[in-house]
Design a protein around this ligand. Structure first.
Ligand code: PLP
Length: 361
């Protein structure tokens, strides 16, 4: 029996995707071998790679002047690759909007390769955490790019708007909310996302980059760190993470069958709203984020009596609700409800929380 899995990442994958992968594991496309065991240069794998890219382009409505890269590694690699690839032109500094732990990691890495103007974008409003007024941000019109984290996976803070940068390329670490709602790609210079939250298994990172940004890399960087190298070789410079790429492709097909990103966006809004509504009304649980910027993907919450945390985790686990512990740096609880979390999983969580509060409140 499968649990409802609230892990922040690696996160739950859609069950139909896992079933298809299981069915095809021993004998993929009549090849007498699994997809993991065939050449990344084979016509069969090439078809997988091209289909995955075409499906992602369709799902996100990515224009032709953007490259889609399927890279090794995690989003953390991009904290370095972004400045290495974008700070080697005439402009040698960047702005980074700081809304929490993931933004701060991006700041620390970018500082190794150029100037960083860190813009504090998280403030207190009505006793809750909130994204500050964009009018208060001191952005540098001469920056090479502005980096932000549309969804802070640990804090549970999400922008429900796209920052205006006055023509400076906008870079987004979309690891935990890519494909969760429709977005206008043309507002972005570069988007990256580690796969293990909303795309597929870990070990793969997707980068969507506007072509005109491929020519401003720092000269000394290894060719494997250059976006341009990967763009010129269809992300097949060397042995790609083929199984992760294949699984990502199955997830894209599942997303299309579910009605695409618009349909998922509505479902995600509904899932998050009912959980927040329950938390706010409960008198037993609380969420520290201002309603204007609450995440639809990662919902942290605390119990009024934290001595009950252990019991909450043991009993939720026993009820088939997995991985609700908050990030080790903040404690409390967190429910990650990405695309693959069905609405029934959120309903089951709310039922459990209500019963736990009734017995222990
Ligand atoms: C998970 C996450 C990361 C780190 O991803 P890795 O693939 O583990 O390097 C970076 N940014 C955000 C927003 C994340 O959610």
């Amino acid at each position: 029996m499968r649990n409802y899995n609230f892990c922040s990442g690696p996160a739950a994958l859609p069950e139909p995707v896992l079933r298809q992968a299981q069915e095809e594991l021993l004998d993929w496309r009549g090849m007498g071998a699994s997809v993991m065991e065939v050449s990344h240069r084979s016509a069969e794998f090439d078809a997988v790679a091209k289909q995955a890219e075409a499906d992602l382009r369709e799902l996100m409505a990515i224009p032709a002047n953007y490259k889609v890269l399927f890279l090794h590694g995690g989003a953390s690699h991009q904290f370095g690759m972004v400045p290495l690839n974008l700070l080697g032109g005439a402009k040698t500094s960047c702005d980074i909007l700081d809304t929490g732990i993931w933004s701060e990691k991006a700041v620390a890495e970018a500082k190794r390769y150029g100037g960083v103007n860190t813009v504090k974008a998280l403030v207190q409003r009505d006793g809750l955490f909130a994204i500050s007024e964009p009018a208060s941000w001191k952005l540098d019109s001469n920056a090479a790019y502005v980096h932000y984290t549309p969804n802070e996976t640990i804090g549970g803070v999400e922008y429900h708007f796209i920052p205006e940068t006055g023509g400076v390329p906008l870079v987004a670490d979309m690891s935990s909310n890519i494909l969760s709602r429709p977005i206008d790609i043309e507002k972005f210079g570069l988007i990256y996302a580690g796969a293990q939250k909303n795309i597929g298994p870990s070990g793969l990172t997707v980068v969507v980059v506007r072509e005109d940004l491929l020519d401003q890399a720092l000269p000394f960087i290894p060719s494997m760190y250059r976006y341009k190298t990967h763009a010129e070789h269809g992300s097949l410079v060397n042995t790609a993470p083929t199984f992760a790429w294949y699984l990502a492709g199955l997830v894209f097909q599942w997303l299309k069958a579910e009605g695409g990103v618009a349909a998922l966006g509505e479902r995600n809004a509904r899932k998050a709203q009912k959980l927040y509504d329950y938390i706010d009304a409960s008198g037993f649980y609380s969420n520290p984020i201002h309603p204007s910027c609450r995440s639809r993907m990662n919902i942290p919450f605390r119990l009024a009596d934290e001595s009950l945390n252990k019991a909450f985790l043991v009993e939720s686990e026993a009820a088939g609700l997995m991985a609700l512990a908050g990030h080790r740096s903040v404690g409390g609880m967190r429910a990650s409800i990405y695309n693959a979390m069905p609405e029934a999983g959120v309903d089951a969580l709310i039922d459990f929380m209500r019963e736990f509060a009734r017995v222990n409140g």
